[in-house]
Design a protein around this ligand. Structure first.
Ligand code: SAM
Length: 330
């Protein structure tokens, strides 16, 4: 279905929990989270119903996220049920990788097409620091496990932060020399209260590219990309097995090509990551509405999708976006 700006809305990101086994400093505020009560989280069958209706309106690509999706009980059965919904062409998962070693084979069997794994440092202490207690070894074992399972592409998401991992840019780039991963540098977004906690850490992709290019020429990856690269600009180092992507959500927004809707764990539809305007689906669902009502609400979300966001890297975060990323799903 097309929105008012001729964007084909075919991608739904579904957050299945606001709970996480990590507490990343740019995602979860230092004072912690007030978690949604269990009864207020959408049940799997409710999510499946919404997805089925959304597929009828043109959604073909679904990404499951969180919180940390792999901490929710029953996630594999849920993914399996999602995958067989007629019309779903692409099912992917975003995870921090901590539980991936345990779930790699099951995710493969469930038919998950692609995985994005968050990894902000290759240094054990720094990883522990940024995640407030996470084990780098677990995350790396998870990545190895999905690689052995044959997942491709495997995308490694690195939130770039000045004074934290700007000294590891080349280490991440080197990962792509020997392994067929797509390492994607993501600009730090000033979302929710974590925006305030992380002032001064924003690092533009332009600077990251410069750092890499002083050491290796970056070759643009040309040709018809599959639709799954989304907004990333993709390059590779000559002879490298993998690719390097840049997600310039702040320095050069890609709203004109945004094809996404987001379903939050509490059952709200959000048409822009940076706008708190949400449409409640859970209320109508639980009061017994018919599919036509849900369909109308999804259409309303699409009709109200803003043309672009006005968020600046270090600026207007408090006014513009009240929710933290962990509550939205990234
Ligand atoms: N737990 C999963 C994970 O770690 O990937 C999925 C949820 S997480 C909210 C989804 C993505 O959002 C991650 O890649 C994370 O790095 C990114 N993210 C969270 N807060 C961010 C911020 N302030 N700026 C940029 N990316 C952010």
């Amino acid at each position: 279905m097309y929105d008012n700006y001729q964007r084909d809305i075919n991608y739904l990101r579904v957050s299945i929990t606001d709970r996480c086994n990590l507490r990343c400093r740019y995602c979860v505020p230092k004072e912690g989270l007030s978690l949604i009560g269990h009864d207020d989280i959408l049940r799997y069958e409710e999510i499946l119903r919404i997805v089925r209706i959304a597929v009828g309106l043109g959604i073909a690509k679904v990404r499951v996220t969180g919180g940390e999706p792999l901490v929710r009980r029953g996630v594999i059965t849920f993914m399996t049920a999602l995958k067989v919904i007629p019309g779903i062409e692409d099912l992917s998962l975003t995870t921090n990788g901590i539980l991936l070693e345990r779930y790699a084979a099951d995710l493969r069997a469930a038919g998950v097409c692609r995985l994005n794994i968050s990894l902000d440092s290759l240094n054990r202490e720094k990883y522990y620091y940024i995640t407030r207690g996470g084990s780098l070894a677990n995350a790396l074992r998870g990545i190895d496990a999905v690689f052995e399972q044959g997942f491709a592409p495997i995308k490694i998401n690195v939130v770039a932060m000045k004074g934290f991992n700007d000294d590891e840019i080349l280490d991440f780039a080197h990962l792509t020399l020997s392994r067929p991963f797509q390492v994607r540098f993501i600009e730090l977004m000033p979302v929710g209260h974590t925006g305030r906690d992380n002032l001064g850490k924003y690092l533009a992709c332009e600077e990251i590219m410069g750092t890499i290019e002083r050491n290796y020429p970056l070759l643009p990856v040309n040709g018809a990309r599959d639709r799954t690269d989304g907004p990333a600009r993709i390059y590779r180092i000559d002879g490298g097995a993998g690719e390097i992507g840049f997600i310039t959500a702040m320095s050069s927004h890609f709203c004109h090509q945004c094809n996404r809707l987001r379903l939050t764990a509490e059952g709200h539809l959000r048409s822009c990551l940076f706008s708190d305007a949400e449409i409640d689906l859970k209320g109508p669902l639980r009061s017994g509405c018919g599919d036509d009502r849900i369909e109308a609400l999804i259409k309303e979300a699409i009709a109200n999708k803003p043309r672009k966001h006005e968020i600046r890297p270090e600026g207007n975060y408090i006014r513009e976006c009240g929710k933290n990323m962990s509550a939205i799903g990234g």
